[in-house]
Design a protein around this ligand. Structure first.
Ligand code: PMP
Length: 449
């Protein structure tokens, strides 16, 4: 440890020490030689797990060939061109064109800017507002954190930026959002009625896009009720509002389909953000997509104003793009999407068995992403003070050799590498079940249940 390192997304005064020094497959190893299942794929990103030689060699070869190569001012290179073509083929965005960056956050910042660029290009400068949901996570840069619906990422940071015109609507989180005895359908109708009222009071002509993670990841793995997306689709269509699918976690197989919007029956995206599993985290890379006609409008605008004034030094870094291409090739060649879909069915079925546990409020998920919500009281759904219940389980799971993450305060998230086997899922379940039982025994003895 050093006192000269500022840790990201950490309680700076209570840093848990766990030094990870290596990894192989779905496992990582700490500095004492203890092995853990990486139950969250690092930060929802190592889809192919650790120690993939093919990706390492691809990166090394790309670096040897051209240690740096960019896309500014007409320069180009094969990896970026081929990856753009590949994404165009894969993404369910009509005639998609892509822009590369380095992270999910900068990808979302890019799309905020492109929404504004398009508004100017098409002579409708008022059409730039974006609707985002509560409890959403869209990243941490200034525009992305303004889209994010979590107070901790905004308070004390001077955010959200008002000039961005971001509007906030309900999260489709029935378990935490249900009022009285309303059914799932009644809940959906209520939150979408509120959304429609908001659209009308703001003026539909002022609203450009609605951004959503098909399954909300970092703030608790929230899975919308079945009727939510079909009704949302109709509503957005009625008012000509674009659907912006933030697939930073749900992209590339995680939910049982290549993209989460397909799994959830979400609207066909007009805009899409991807990162993380695009390179299985072997190299930082994001790719955002816009519909072909949006790109066409940008070309026209650029013809009038000259340079398109947006781009990062590492937009389309040649090594990143080569690693991205190889990752997508492996996903397809080795049946990783299929494996995620099949193993996902097992993971969900096994986790569902914990629903009756006295400390479990809800189990939810799709494919290889899931959460178990830990509660102090099943009836009232009350959480343990300070996240103590979920954190207790987390600690026991870690002792048992299973790394998970507490998301949204009380939801333990599961998101293992997509190369996982049935036996390894059984191992996760055993380790987790034991952690849950130990925590329950302790909390009961302490009079906290
Ligand atoms: N969007 C979503 C849905 C995310 O989950 C994340 C990160 N977890 C981001 C954006 C931001 O990505 P990054 O951390 O790479 O900036």
């Amino acid at each position: 440890m050093t006192s000269h390192l500022i840790y990201p997304s950490t309680n700076l005064n209570a840093i848990e020490q766990l030094e990870i020094v290596g990894g192989e497959g779905i496992y990582v190893v700490d500095s004492n030689g203890k092995q853990y299942i990486e139950g969250l794929s690092g930060l929802w990103c190592t889809g192919l797990g650790y120690g993939n030689e093919e990706l390492v060699e691809t990166a090394a070869r790309a670096m040897k060939q051209a240690s740096f190569s960019h896309l500014f001012a007409g320069k180009f290179h094969r990896p970026a061109v081929e990856l753009a073509e590949k994404l165009h083929e894969l993404m369910p965005v009509n005639n998609a064109s892509v822009f590369f960056g380095n992270s999910g956050s900068d990808g979302n910042d890019t799309l905020v800017k492109l929404i504004n660029y398009y508004a100017d290009a098409t002579g409708q400068p008022q059409r730039r507002k974006i609707i985002a949901r509560e409890r959403s996570y869209h990243g941490i840069t200034v525009a992305a954190a303004s889209l994010t619906g979590l107070p901790a990422n905004q308070k004390h940071f001077g955010l959200p930026v008002d000039a961005l015109g971001i509007l906030r609507t309900h999260a489709p989180h029935y378990y935490r959002g249900q009022q009285g005895s309303e059914s799932e359908d009644q809940f959906v109708d209520r939150i979408l009625a509120d959304l429609e009222a908001q659209i009308l009071s703001e003026g539909p002509e002022t609203i450009a896009a609605f951004i959503a993670e098909p399954i909300t990841g970092a703030s608790g793995v929230i899975v919308a009720p079945e009727s939510y997306y079909p009704k949302l689709t109709a509503l957005l269509k009625k008012y000509g509002i674009w659907f912006w699918s933030d697939e930073v976690i749900t992209g590339f197989g995680r939910t049982g389909n290549v993209f989460g919007c397909t799994t959830m029956g979400a609207p066909e995206p007009d805009l899409m953000t991807t990162a993380k599993q695009l390179t299985s985290a072997y190299f930082p890379l994001s790719a955002v997509a816009v519909r072909g006609d949006i790109h066409a409008a940008m070309l026209e605008q650029c013809g009038q104003v000259g340079i398109f004034g947006h781009g990062y030094t590492y937009s389309g870094h040649s090594t990143a793009c080569a690693v991205g291409l190889k990752t997508l090739e492996i996903y397809q060649r080795d049946g990783i999407y299929q494996n995620a879909a099949e193993r996902g069915v097992k993971l969900q079925a096994e986790l569902a068995k914990f629903a009756d546990h006295p400390m479990v409020g809800e189990v939810r998920g799709k494919g290889l992403i899931a959460a178990v919500e830990v509660v102090a009281n099943k009836e009232t759904r009350a959480e343990f003070a300070g996240g103590d219940g979920a954190n207790r389980v987390l600690k026991h799971a870690q002792d048992n050799g299973l790394l998970l993450r507490n998301t949204g305060g009380s939801a333990l998230a599961f998101c293992p590498p997509m190369i996982i086997t049935d036996e390894q899922i059984d191992d996760i379940i055993d380790k987790f079940g034991d952690a849950l039982d130990k925590s329950f025994a302790e909390l009961t003895a302490e009079g906290l249940i």
